[in-house]
Design a protein around this ligand. Sequence first.
Ligand code: C2E
Ligand code: MG
Ligand code: MG
Length: 777
Amino acid sequence: MSAFSLNLFVRAARREKLPQAVYAQLIDALYGTYASFVAGMVCGSAVGLVSWLRSGDPIFLWATAAIFGTCAFRTVILFWYRSQPRGDDMRLREIAAWELRYAAGAWTFMLALGVTSALGVYEGNDLITLLYGSVVAVGCAGAIAGRNSARPLIVSGQVLLCCGPLAISLLSSGEPYLLGVSGMILLFFAAVSSTTKTLYAGLRRALVQTQAVQKLAALHKREKTRFDDALNTMKGGLCMFDVSGRVVVINAGLRCYFPTMNLASGATIGGFVEAIGGATQASTEDLRRFGLELRDRLEGGRQTPVELLTADGSIFEFRVSLRAEGGAVVVVDDISERRAAEREIKHLAHYCSLTGLPNRFRFRDEIQRVLSNASKGLGGDVAVLYVDLDGFKEINDSLGHPMGDKLLIEVAKRLHEAAHGDMVARFGGDEFVVLKTKSGSSPEQLAKRLIDAISESYAIDGHHLVVGASIGIASWPGDGETADDLIRSSDMALYHAKNAGRGQYARFEPQMDADAQRRREIEMDLRVAVASGAFELHYQPLVDASSGRILACEALLRWRHPDKGLISPAQFIPIAEDTGLIVAIGEWVLAKACKDAMSWPQGTRVAVNLSPIQFKRGDVVGAVLSALRTSGLPPERLECEITESLMMSDTPATREAISSLCAMGVRLALDDFGTGHSSLSRLHGIPFHKLKIDKSFVDKLGQTPESMAIVKAIVSLARELGKTVVAEGVETRVQMDILQKLHVTELQGYFFSKPVPIADLHEKLAEPRVIKLGQAA
Ligand code: C2E
Ligand code: MG
Ligand code: MG
């Protein structure tokens, strides 16, 4: 099959502007039946055989064989076509190829038939041969014109190849045939041509229309399936109402929400509400309201959703949207989980998730409500009690946060019980606040009750825990008119309660406000001082109790304030500790003290005070190491003074830091001994070298027998432990004499020397025995 002939058919198909699917169908119709093939084969072969019988010429046997052969060829093509997959996606060239194959078979057959008939006419001049050959040829051409009318090219070829030779032969057979045959041929061509065209045009139109209708139907079917799928797989329920307010569509989601719903197609809005009510068993009142609201949305076109609470506590949301062409769509969602989550979020925003107590925000709302009532003369006395736990941090640090959390839960329970109905809130950490509105007891009585309740020991996970509480009290309206003022005042009172010692409560006093203001000012100035280096170190000697020789000097920090002059550490160190500034200050003190000590006689040690905050929030070991390295001071000449409160927060990190300091060779002194809360068992584990008896015991020596007994006990304890013992704050000869008699190793106090600047200290250090015992400094 040449490419030329294939292109001929492709171009013809394109010229016809046939939709490809229609073209494929037309070609498919050509291969539709064997019947015409068989009829053609029988009649064609018969023409050959009749001609041979009448004439005896063997050429007709060849002609018969040719007709038969072309028919066989066509049958093979037909089988081949039928065995091929034939889909809508056949390409144009493929279809044209099949048309070409068909045309080749059809044309060859008609040519063989036409030539055989023509030979019969021309050669035999026999009437039967002539009649039979002409009738079969013309009949075949006519039948083909009808059968293959959809493919005019094939029809024209077939008719031409069949009738052409026959007509030539008839014309050449003499006058008698001339007129009749010409007329017959002319009529035939006219008939074929008009029939073909008319038939083909109609057929083509029908096919194109059928295909369009089929396509449309398929499209509708697809869209309907998609619509159904979308409806039934959508999350949520859907019900569609037509213009007259009747239900036309409901989806699977709606049935899933309300499985027992009995809703007939065509039900009205009233029927819809009734069916929902029946399926949910919502209360009559809820259902009535729901019905009214839904009707309102459907009629008024308002978008706001309507909610329905069912008997089992589920909440459904119905949203109405009106359709442009009339009617409405109601979309239903189960919003029970969403509402629960919203409730949870609201709860979390107002309550502490650990203890379940109201939080700061909820507390503020409540206090504002209470104050608003109180200002109208409703309700009783109002007071705020700010509660802070004593010793909670230590437990949390040493036993871990999970234990701390459990303790907080227990504390919350006890506070709640002891508050006797007053609101208890947790402000965070170990801070709780009680809003006292109930009369019956005074704020002080309530505070005492709360402290007692909290201070009872706790047994948690096999641990025996003890915490205390400090409380600040502020009453309305004297200590603050607004919620914020009251909370602030109670917080200030708490600060004072804490400073007064553990387990205390304090009432707010106006002075506290001034104190707080002063603290804030100091805090701001301190930050500037740290940056500008406004600190100095003064030194106070520690003398040998028997020889009076200076063994060590304690570095004591001084702040030279631009307006207020020299400020003592007692005033600013607690603030520096609260703000964490002590870490940077402490590093500076260590570096400076070690550097200064390098200018002192060999063997004279320097004592530096370390704050517990430096252990908790700073790298105290690193700071000591750096100070020693930079100055070149041997570690054994540095004494670090730590307080008993550090031992209270006996965390693994603190222990590790203390061990590291000892391992370095630095000496450790326990400062202010006897004033803290350390137990002797804790003392046992600390590798200290020196005990410093607090000034408060030394002060009363010679005045009270108790102080004498305490000092004696401390000295013998130190001796037993093999530690050096120092008495601080020695101011009088009497005190010195007693301490000497008690065999205290070292003495420190104004009696020998006040803390002095480094220049003055040098003078004292220059003398071999600077401080003569028994002589005031
Ligand atoms: P501390 O370590 O117990 O120091 C002894 C305090 O007692 C010093 O007060 C000293 O001046 C005072 N003192 C010594 N002998 C006598 C005496 O005979 N009579 C009286 N009335 N007082 C005497 P200062 O210098 O005001 O220091 C107070 C506290 O501030 C220190 O007590 C110490 O805990 C802390 N501190 C001082 N410097 C530093 C420092 O650099 N870092 C840290 N973390 N704390 C420091
Ligand atoms: Mg000290
Ligand atoms: Mg001290």
